[in-house]
Design a protein around this ligand. Sequence first.
Ligand code: PRP
Length: 180
Amino acid sequence: MHKDIKQVLFDEDEIRNRIKELGEQITKDYAGQGLVVVSLLKGAVYFTAELTKHIDLPVRLDFMISSSYGNSTISTGSINITKDLDENIAGKHVLLVDDIIDTGLTLEKISNLLLTRNPLSVKTAVLLDKGSRRVNAMNADYVGFEIPDEFVVGYGLDFAGDYRNLPVIGILKPSVFAKK
Ligand code: PRP
């Protein structure tokens, strides 16, 4: 285990197996149709890569960058879009993919923005759902795992930019917070 991780919540096999299930479900739900997958960088990069491998449909991949946390573990509620889509999503089914839904503000704001561009539909997929922290009525359509209110890192999730490349999802040791 990584020295800064207190507890591994999901190992590589668990993550891969669950994402495969989500991909198969999405394939069934959109059968006979194409999909624009919109991945919210940076956190969603690993989840998006694994998920799209298991969606057996015509998929176009695009990226947005939005930022809410800065270098703190508390969401500020203000979200900036620093990179917008290249694809025109009018008349397309859109699947918005993120690593985690926490307060729900990011998915709500980005979904609403995408809906103004006349897509056929917008659905959402997240690997992790920290439901106890929600401040709105937002829920993802596809959820990998529900998690407790702990600060988790790995598989795309960071603390102050670090730990994204850990292959597992784990809870950070409190001593790591104290140093920042
Ligand atoms: C994180 C995460 C989600 C969002 C979830 O993004 O990737 O996009 O926060 O939080 P919310 O539900 O409270 O809005 P962050 O802004 O840290 O950017 P990152 O993807 O580059 O880590």
